[in-house]
Write a protein of this length. Structure first.
Length: 229
């Protein structure tokens, strides 16, 4: 299998927040590799740094030391402009809170990443319609996000994340705000599209049942990733 994500010996240290305070080292010698077609679940206690790790992988933050490579891109040393291009080209990100734009329709929300890339409005909307159909929301294309249920909003965010055909899917508690039945449907959809697109995937979750359905589960403990016992 082709390795898509390779992060080696990551360290992230935050400086003191007040004079005389102590620095905080969140990660120390943390490494992870994920291949195309593989979904890796990351579990751990609240505050362990799971979301912070995804921020490093998405170039939303920089490590203090160590290397991150995604599909050949040296992620740890990108300029802000290069990081924005990387996120639009190589990363699909599904958040617990979907961050949809309430003033736009469902199809316009899904089209946004392609519009940011420079696609014409007609091209972006046509592709967005295709992705809405794939997540079962074709009939909701002209509804605004506030008119959708929580499960529909999260399916919409999945379509938005995948419309750019990324290489790496990052999902941060994507079912955390949903009831059990809806959460299972959303996870099943996410997993199905992940396999179909042959993505490398990193899923942060507190749901151990969903973690067990992934290819591997790693636990973030004391700044390192270990195989989940």
């Amino acid at each position: 299998m082709t390795t898509v994500l390779s992060a080696i010996a990551l360290e992230k240290t935050y400086p003191p927040t007040s004079p005389g305070g102590l620095s905080l080292t969140l990660f120390r010698d943390l490494s992870i590799e994920v291949a195309a077609g593989e979904m890796v679940a990351i579990v751990g206690e609240s505050g362990a740094g799971k979301s912070s790790l995804l921020h490093l992988l998405a170039a939303l933050d920089k490590p203090t030391s160590g290397s991150i490579s995604v599909a050949g891109t040296d992620v740890a040393h990108l300029t802000p402009k290069q990081a924005a291009t990387y996120r639009n080209r190589d990363i699909g990100y599904v958040w617990q809170f979907h961050y949809l734009l309430p003033e736009f329709t469902a199809v316009e929300n899904v089209a946004m990443p392609l519009l940011a890339r420079g696609a014409t409005r007609a091209e972006a909307l046509a592709e967005a319609q295709t992705w809405l159909a794939r997540v079962g929301l074709a009939a909701r294309a002209e509804n605004r996000s506030g008119e959708l249920s929580g499960g529909e909003q999260q399916r919409l965010s999945i379509a938005r994340a995948l419309i750019t055909r990324p290489k790496l899917l990052l999902a941060d508690e994507p079912t955390g705000d949903l009831d059990n039945t809806t959460a299972d449907k959303v996870f099943t959809l996410l997993q199905s599209l992940h396999r179909e697109q042959n993505l490398a995937g990193v899923l942060v979750t507190h749901n151990l049942d969903f973690a067990a359905r992934c290819d591997r589960t790693l636990r973030l403990r004391e700044g390192r990733l270990i195989s989940n016992p």
